[in-house]
Design a binder for this molecule. Structure first.
Ligand SMILES: [Zn+2]
Length: 116
């Protein structure tokens, strides 16, 4: 096969550059783009006792999700940076972040709902 192959930028990359993105202030790395982070779930869920065989409680823990409006605590992983697990409090409607902290601090103080 002959001919030239033209390099093209995928359209989604062009659109991404035009969008306003979310910035997360990692306590270790500083302000970073959200693409460096991975969402890991709701930080307010309570895991049932591991010794429990209550299938209703385990089913709710594994499958039930809420869709809260307003401020919400979430686990995030800074996968493209320091690889620390973070707990972020974010407004679900505006994406404004009101607090960011290490998940290990919440775990050691017993404030976490669940672990990533
Ligand atoms: Zn980081």
């Amino acid at each position: 096969m002959t001919g030239t192959i033209e390099k093209q930028t995928p359209p989604q990359q062009i659109r991404f550059r035009d969008k306003k993105t979310m910035i997360i202030k990692c306590p270790y790395c500083g302000p970073r783009d959200v693409i460096e982070f991975t969402y890991q779930g709701d930080a307010t869920r309570q895991r049932p006792d591991p010794a429990s065989s209550d299938q209703t409680a385990w089913n709710a823990y594994v499958y039930d999700r809420t869709n809260p409006m307003g401020s919400h605590r979430e686990f995030w992983l800074h996968a493209g940076g320091c690889r620390q697990h973070l707990i972020i409090t974010r407004d679900m409607a505006t994406h404004v972040i009101s607090s960011v902290g290490f998940a290990r601090d919440a775990v050691s103080s017993g404030r976490e709902g669940d672990r990533p």
